[in-house]
Design a binder for this molecule. Structure first.
Ligand code: ATP
Ligand code: MG
Length: 413
């Protein structure tokens, strides 16, 4: 597959900006095994963009055009693509809606000029921009696939890594060229994971690494040529060790369910802080009833004693936010609901500090505990963020503690 790279921008021709984008694109696509056969830079000018696209389409099977997708009047790549394809520019309602919402959320007025970023050549597909407002575009011009990306380097890279490479993969245009492996990592910070990844040595030039985080969960996506991605993924698995809980579409609750099912074990939960969210996570998956028996939401202190058998004297002495309370909740629910394992959560969700038996307790202070046939383990947490985030992260930590208990002889906390 032959690739052409078209750069748009007066500042590139005047030498004010060094064209690092075309170098990066050249590296990525040659690294993937494509033949990069043409690079051309043209001014911010519609006829020049049209000429460049016609030349590129004649020369290559795929064109990457970068720059000139912004909102200002000198951003003319949309017009150039539409003219080269002989189609109209149409305002895309979804993109317009997203732009309006973004400006609203950032307290900025929506100028008509900004909405130019929602203009799309008829028949083009919109590629989400994870790093900015101007979306990327995909359109077939004279039988040649054209991908357009903004010139801001971070946005260009984000769209290529997160949209274009997966798009090539999905379409099978690049099955022999591109492969994606996603490692799933729970309850670790992005920078911690990034540090561990650099510790595994330099990323092979033909592999792109993307971090896709959601609270308590990171997808580490490796995209590149198959001969490089798999060995690199194996190397990362060795370096990162058991913080990698799964791959691809795995989720932590699914992994826990599979581990329990493989052992013929069952699970019950006792929740304070998470108010049912842990049970919700454990029942999201079809078939969860094989391993999940049920849960007790014991929010009031007395209920921790009445329903779970937590020592009343302990609660009076230490309050409900204490490692021993978490442990007794897990043991109590395991025993009373007759499950192989009990899992519990207690803590202060915030946003305010809570009055404890021995003074004020910071929001984000939480304990999760697991009780099983081989004893109990408590993990102490110091979490930051909103109330919602503290609760979500606590659920992830509880699941991760159980996962490690089920996979390891010794139980790290
Ligand atoms: P957009 O498509 O977002 O409008 P643009 O090319 O019009 O992109 P400019 O507003 O001209 O973007 O430049 C935005 C920033 O991106 C500037 O800091 C510029 O130096 C940088 N930039 C643009 N094109 C390139 C390139 N080819 N290589 C390196 N940096 C670039
Ligand atoms: Mg420009």
């Amino acid at each position: 597959v032959k690739v052409a790279i078209v750069s748009v921008g007066d500042e590139l021709l005047s030498g004010d900006t060094l064209n690092t984008n075309s170098a990066w694109l050249g590296q990525v696509f040659s690294g993937l095994g494509y033949a990069v056969v043409l690079e051309v830079t043209v001014p911010d000018d519609v006829p020049d963009i049209v000429d460049a696209l016609h030349l590129a389409a004649k020369t290559a099977d795929m064109v990457l055009i970068e720059g000139g997708l912004g909102p200002t009047s000198d951003d003319l790549t949309r017009e150039g693509i539409a003219a080269a394809a002989q189609v109209e520019l149409c305002r895309d309602a979804d993109v317009e809606k997203r732009l309006r919402e973004w400006f609203m959320a950032h307290g900025r007025p929506v100028h008509d000029i900004s909405l130019r970023m929602a203009d799309v050549p008829a028949g083009a597909e919109v590629l989400p921009n994870p790093a900015g407002q101007a979306p990327g575009l995909r359109l077939v011009v004279n039988g040649c696939v054209v991908y357009a990306v903004p010139g801001v380097p971070a946005e260009m890279r984000a769209i290529v890594t997160e949209s274009i490479l997966p798009d090539l993969l999905r379409r099978g245009d690049a099955t022999s060229h591109v492969r994606t492996t996603t490692l799933r990592i729970a309850v670790r910070g992005e920078s911690e994971v990034a540090t561990a990844v650099s510790g595994a040595g330099p990323t092979p030039p033909g592999v792109r690494v993307a971090y896709l985080p959601t609270p308590g969960d990171i997808r580490l996506r490796l995209t590149g040529s198959p001969s490089l991605v798999e060995p690199y993924a194996a190397q990362l698995r060795r370096t990162l060790g058991d913080v990698v809980y799964g791959e691809g579409d795995d989720s932590l609750d699914m992994v826990v369910h599979r581990l329990l099912a493989a052992r013929g074990s069952t699970l019950a939960v006792a929740e304070s802080l998470t108010g049912g969210q842990l049970g919700q996570a454990l029942t999201a998956m079809a078939g969860s009833s094989v391993t999940f028996v049920g849960g007790v939401v014991a929010y009031a202190t007395e209920l921790k004693t009445e329903l779970l058998g937590v020592d009343a004297a302990l609660l009076k002495r230490e309050g409900a936010v204490h490692p021993d309370v978490a442990q007794q909740m897990a043991e109590g629910v395991r025993h009373r609901l007759g499950a192989t394992y009990g899992l519990s959560t207690t803590g202060v969700a915030g946003p305010e500090a809570a009055a404890g038996a021995r003074g004020s307790i910071d929001p984000g202070t939480a304990y999760v505990a697991v009780a099983g046939p081989d004893g109990s383990t408590v993990r102490a947490l110091r979490l930051g963020g909103t109330r919602e985030l503290v609760r979500t992260l606590t659920v992830m930590h509880a699941l991760d503690l159980l996962r490690r208990t089920l996979t390891a002889g010794n139980i790290p906390t």
